[in-house]
Design a protein around this ligand. Structure first.
Ligand code: HEC
Ligand code: HEC
Length: 412
C-alpha cells in the first residue's frame, strides 16, 4: 500500500511536471523567473549601495519593527532621527515606516475633500494630497527610492553612475537586471538607476509591508473581540467628538468593503503646531523651522504642514511627529487636548518635560478649525486617554504585537 502511494506521487509529478517534487536546485533555477519585487528585496538590504558600505534601506527601515529605524540614541531610546552612512551625519526628520507607504496616492495638488465635523457642518479641504516623504516631494515609491542612495546624510553616494557601478559588481544583479529590463539596461545609467528604484518600490508593495492583520482588522471579521477599553477608544476615535477621522480615516465606517483596508490617514497635509525638537537640533546643528510642504510647493500657506501619517503600527513606532519630539502616545493625545483648546488650564503642561508646552515650530497655518471641532472633554480624563492609547495599540500588525510596551496602561 505504501508503495502504491509512492508510485502515485511519482506519477503525479511526472504528469504535471511539478519540478518541486524533489528536483535538484539546478533544475529549479532553470525554470525560475526573477521578479522585480524579489530583486527589490535584495537591493533593499544591500549595504553596497552606500558609500562606506555600512547602510542599506533596511538600516533605517527594519522589517523587525514595522520598517522604522530602531537604532538607539545615547540614552538607549529609539533615536528620533537617523545617522547616515558616514557614521555621524544626522537627519532632521523622524524616519517614518516604509510599511503601508504603498497606499499613499501619487502626489497631486488641487485635491478637494469634504469633511463632516462634529457640528454636522462640512469643512472643505483643498490642497495637496499623497506622495512620498513627509512633504510629498516624491510622486510615488519609485521616485522615493531613488533619493536615499544620493542623499549626503543617508547613503551618501556621489552620483547615479557610482551606484550603477556598485550594482554591476554583483553578477546576480547583472543577470536579474538584464532579464527584467533588457540586455542593454546597463548601457544607460539613468535607466539602470530607475530600474533599481522601481524594483525597490515593487518590493515595498509586497504583503509583508501591509498584512492588514491587526486586532482591529481581526475584529472586523469576528476573529478578535475588542476589550472594553479598546472598544471605548475606537468609539471616540471614529466619533465626531474627537474628530480624529477628519484626518486619520480613508474609508467611511459603513463602507463594509473598503473599511477592511483602512490606512488611518486621508493623505492630506496639515500643520498641528508641533514644537521644534530642540534636543535633535542641538546635535545636528540645523536651525530655523522645518517648513514641511512649503519646501515642496513653494506656497507660503503650506508652511509647517506635513502629510498626515498612517496610524498603523503607531504603538511600536515611537517617537512621534515629523521630528520625533514626543516619546509616548499619551503625550501625543495630551498635545491634541492642548492644541485644540489652548486656553484650557488643565492642558498646559507637556507630560514628558513637566514644563509648559513649547511654542509651535510654525505658528501660522495651524488646522485649528479641524482640531477644535472635536470636543476635547472626550479625551481629557486619564481613563479616556488610556482608552485612546488602547485603541491605537490594536492597529499593530500581528507580527509586531509582542513589541508593544505596556508603559503602565493595561488594555484588557
Ligand atoms: C539614513 C536613514 C535612511 C535610509 C538609509 C533610508 N531611509 Fe527611507 N526615510 C528616512 C527618512 C528620515 C525619511 C523621511 C524623510 C523626509 O520626509 O524628508 C524616509 C522616508 C521614506 C519613505 C516615505 C514614507 C512616507 O510615509 O512618506 C519610504 C517609502 C522610504 N523612506 C523608503 C526607503 C528606501 C526604499 C530606502 C533605500 C533606497 C531608504 N528609505 C533609505 C530615512 C532613511
Ligand atoms: C487636522 C488633522 C488631524 C486631526 C484632526 C488629527 N490628526 Fe493626528 N496627525 C495629523 C498630522 C498632520 C500628524 C503629523 C504631524 C507632524 O508630524 O507635525 C499627526 C500625527 C499623529 C500621531 C503621531 C503619528 C506618528 O507616527 O508620529 C498620532 C498618534 C495621531 N496623530 C493621533 C491622532 C488622534 C488620536 C486624533 C484624534 C484625537 C488625531 N490624530 C487627530 C493630523 C491630524
Amino acid at each position: 500500500m505504501y508503495l502504491d502511494m509512492f508510485k502515485n506521487i511519482i506519477l503525479i509529478c511526472f504528469v504535471l511536471s511539478i519540478n518541486a517534487c524533489g528536483s535538484s536546485s539546478s533544475d529549479t533555477q532553470e525554470f525560475s523567473t526573477v521578479t522585480k519585487s524579489a530583486l527589490g528585496n535584495e537591493l533593499f538590504h544591500d549595504k553596497n549601495l552606500s558609500l562606506n558600505r555600512t547602510q542599506s534601506c533596511a538600516t533605517c527601515h527594519a522589517s523587525e519593527q514595522a520598517f522604522i529605524d530602531i537604532r538607539l540614541d545615547a540614552f538607549g531610546n529609539i533615536s528620533a532621527v537617523s545617522v547616515g552612512d558616514d557614521g555621524f551625519s544626522l537627519g532632521d526628520r523622524n524616519t517614518p515606516m516604509a510599511a503601508y507607504a504603498q497606499f499613499s496616492p501619487d502626489f497631486h495638488i488641487g485635491a478637494r475633500v469634504r469633511h463632516q465635523t462634529e457640528q454636522n457642518a462640512f469643512k472643505n479641504y483643498a490642497g495637496a494630497l499623497g506622495g512620498q516623504f513627509l512633504d510629498g516631494r516624491e510622486l510615488d515609491l519609485k521616485g522615493q527610492a531613488s533619493a536615499p542612495p544620493l542623499n549626503p546624510v543617508e547613503m551618501n553616494m556621489p552620483d547615479k553612475a557610482s551606484v550603477v557601478a556598485r550594482l554591476q559588481e554583483n553578477d546576480d544583479y547583472i543577470v536579474d537586471f538584464t532579464t527584467l529590463f533588457g540586455s542593454d539596461i546597463f548601457d544607460d545609467t539613468d535607466a539602470a538607476y530607475a530600474a533599481m528604484a522601481e524594483s525597490m518600490g515593487e518590493f515595498e508593495k509586497t504583503i509583508q509591508f501591509a498584512p492588514f492583520d491587526s486586532k482591529y482588522d481581526r475584529s472586523l471579521t469576528g476573529a478578535y473581540t475588542l476589550t472594553f477599553k479598546e472598544n471605548a477608544g475606537r468609539a471616540i476615535f471614529f466619533s465626531q467628538f474627537a474628530n480624529c477621522g477628519i484626518c486619520h480615516q480613508l474609508h467611511a465606517q459603513f463602507d463594509l468593503i473598503n473599511r477592511t483596508k483602512e490606512t488611518f490617514t486621508g493623505y492630506e497635509y496639515h500643520n498641528l503646531g508641533v514644537p521644534e525638537n530642540a534636543a535633535v537640533r542641538a546635535l545636528n546643528g540645523v536651525s530655523g523651522p522645518d517648513n514641511g510642504l512649503q519646501l515642496n510647493t513653494g506656497v507660503d500657506a503650506d508652511r509647517g504642514k506635513f502629510k498626515v501619517p498612517t496610524l498603523r503600527n503607531v504603538a511600536v513606532t515611537e517617537p512621534y511627529m515629523h521630528n520625533g519630539v514626543f516619546r509616548d502616545l499619551t503625550t501625543v493625545i495630551e498635545f491634541y487636548n492642548h492644541i485644540s483648546n489652548r486656553s484650557e488650564p488643565s492642558h498646559q503642561m507637556n507630560p514628558e518635560t513637566g514644563l509648559i508646552w513649547e511654542l509651535p515650530e510654525v505658528a501660522d497655518n495651524i488646522s485649528i478649525g479641524e482640531l477644535a471641532s472635536g470636543d476635547v472633554t472626550k479625551m481629557d480624563s486619564v481613563t479616556e486617554i488610556e482608552n485612546m492609547v488602547c485603541f491605537l495599540r490594536i492597529l499593530t500588525d500581528a507580527k509586531y504585537e509582542h513589541l508593544i510596551q505596556e508603559k503602565g496602561i493595561i488594555c484588557h
